[in-house]
Design a protein around this ligand. Structure first.
Ligand code: PLP
Length: 462
């Protein structure tokens, strides 16, 4: 295979970023605190500035093409500029972009979600996944009259303070494995917030039972992402899902499934795939067809807290752009095309990629593994499949290897997210999936020194 397909080495050792992106980043550094508008933007050493996206590809301002496995953090399940979305949006834009009145498009998208996702009787739309999560937590508080929440260590749920607790827990502050500490996410985070969050470990069946029972009288909800991307994209053990469900039922604690990212795991979402029956579900990303969106769905009695028909509801919820017709029509077009055949296609490609990567690892006996399901995958610098966030916390050698992997992919025309889920989109083909595996194999063959460093570290710390 001819490695270096898209390289345009500018002589500074970073061939994956072109000159125009570097020039744009220099300008951006004069107007943004770190040159970007999002902490999650990857820069190596500058971000790739995008000129346009089409199908499974994006094109940077230096005229190079990349197979996009980021898909705006897993949002674009149909890839870029999906024709039905473009058509629906063009039609809607000519009729206005937002109103203080409802539109029929919001009913159609709500009907689709209520009809498709088990346990969703009623829905409310907001503009981001963060907002969906914060309103779901407030809804659970209003429903139970309690304020604390339980969450899983290392899980990402957006920027609401309570769910940011222990999102970036580290070995020097995460505490005892059987009683994880609540750790601050940013300097100055109120200690009252830390006191109101019970931190659990993913796949820790006994811990979930014990801690949910211990805090039963204070907990408004437990929030969990069925397969947390930044927490490792680790599969939930069936006994763990069952323990969450059971502890919620016994102790009267509503279960919030955060499916902002993982709704893409099946036609009916992730909870259905893993046998969880949540009281509330948060959604976002794919349901907006590429436009900003969030949604809270759930059982009728819980969702009643939003009901303003008899005066002030238990939980007032507004939002200038909530249920705006652009997000509604784009979401509807995207979701209507996400039929059973589309999910079957994604599942097949996901299997080709995960199986192929797994085979490439085992043939070479490399100290790596791959996790994920459906259209998602993530590579880890450790030989054993991890169980939770603590097990995927990277060593220095591991972090270096993952950075090199992402750079190698970029040099060979593929955008591979670092430290998060990579996602496959419907326009991708079997040939694309095989290309991903080929590039991965090429990386293993050309980075034996880094793989050795991981193995040396593992032996030293055993
Ligand atoms: C599981 C989960 N919840 C919530 C969010 C926040 O969504 P948003 O970025 O739209 O605010 C994300 C975003 O990646 C997410 O993955």
């Amino acid at each position: 295979m001819n490695w270096g397909l898209v390289s345009s080495d500018t002589g500074d050792g970073f061939p994956s970023v072109g000159q125009r992106s570097k020039d744009s980043f220099a300008r951006a550094r004069l107007v943004f605190p770190d040159g970007t508008s999002r902490a999650t933007i990857e820069r190596d050493p500058a971000p790739l500035y995008v000129e346009r996206g089409m199908g499974s590809y994006l094109f940077d301002v230096d005229g190079r093409r990349f197979l996009d496995l980021n898909c705006n953090f897993t949002t674009l399940i149909h890839g870029h500029a999906f024709a039905p979305v473009v058509e629906a949006l063009t039609h809607q834009l000519q009729r206005g972009s937002c109103f203080a009145n409802p539109t029929e498009s919001e009913i159609e998208l709500a009907e689709l979600l209520c009809g498709r996702i088990p346990g969703i009787d009623r829905v409310r739309f907001v503009n981001t996944g963060t907002e969906a999560v914060l309103f779901a937590i407030k809804a659970a508080r209003a429903f139970t009259g309690r304020s604390k929440i339980a969450k899983l260590e290392g899980s990402y749920h957006g920027a609401y303070d309570w769910v940011e607790v222990s999102q970036a827990a580290a070995p020097d502050n995460w505490g005892d494995p059987i009683a994880p500490k609540s750790t601050a996410f940013y300097r100055g985070m109120p200690t009252s917030v830390l006191d109101e969050v019970v931190v659990l470990r993913f796949n820790d069946v006994e811990g979930v039972r014990r801690l949910m029972s211990l805090h039963a009288h204070d907990l408004a909800a437990i929030i969990l992402d069925p397969m947390p991307s930044r927490g490792g994209l680790v599969a939930p053990k069936p006994e763990f899902t069952a323990a969450v469900q059971e502890a919620g039922r016994i102790n009267g604690i509503p279960v919030i499934a955060d499916e902002v990212l993982n709704l893409r795991q099946s036609f009916q979402g992730a909870s259905a795939r893993y046998g969880l029956v949540p009281d509330l579900v948060t959604m976002g990303k794919i349901i907006g067809g590429g436009l900003p969106i969030g949604a809270i769905g759930g059982r009728e009695d819980v969702m009643k807290v939003f009901d303003a028909s008899a005066g002030r509801p238990l939980l007032p919820q507004g939002g200038t752009f909530s249920a705006n017709p652009l997000s509604m029509t784009a979401g509807l077009a995207a979701m209507r095309h996400l039929n059973h055949a589309a999910f079957a296609h994604l599942e097949i490609l996901g299997d080709i990629v995960r199986d192929g990567i797994g085979r490439a690892i085992s043939i070479r006996d490399a100290p790596l593994c791959v996790t994920g399901a459906a259209s998602l995958f993530r590579v880890h610098p450790r030989a054993q499949t991890p169980n939770d966030y603590r097990e995927i916390y990277p060593t220095t050698a591991g972090a270096t290897l993952m950075k090199q992997l992402s750079r190698f992919f970029a040099e060979n025309g593929i955008i591979l997210p670092l430290g998060a889920a990579a996602s496959i989109s419907t326009p991708m083909t079997r040939a694309d999936a095989e290309f991903i595996v080929d590039v991965f194999s090429g990386f293993l063959d050309s980075h034996q020194d880094l793989l050795d460093a991981i193995e040396v570290y593992r032996k030293k710390t055993q």
